[in-house]
Design a protein. Structure first.
Length: 95
């Protein structure tokens, strides 16, 4: 009567392969989410840059303060003040 089932070596090989594939999948997923967040941040910064440049074109100077309001997931919001001197030009960074 032949024995049915898998040997211990076969089970270890399959478990090892599944573990390796799972690890690769998790790392790939994390990289994709990081790239998505970075892309969103770059887009938001470009929108902010464009808005500041339009303000400067309209008023011949940058705003003294910039109030940014961001909605949080729970519906609350916070405000952050970013200061600048009237008429001062700053450095522009492109990412």
């Amino acid at each position: 009567m032949p024995k049915k089932g898998f040997t211990l070596i076969e089970l270890l090989v399959v478990i090892t392969l599944i573990s390796i594939l799972s690890a690769i999948g998790v790392v790939s997923y994390r990289n994709l989410t990081r790239e998505g967040r970075d892309s969103k941040r770059q887009t938001d910064l470009k929108i902010l840059q464009s808005s500041l440049e339009q303000y400067r074109v309209d008023n011949d100077y940058y705003p003294a303060t910039l109030a940014m309001q961001t909605a949080l997931d729970n519906g609350e919001a916070f405000t952050s003040e970013v200061g600048a001197r009237d008429g001062a030009t700053g450095t522009m960074k492109t990412y």
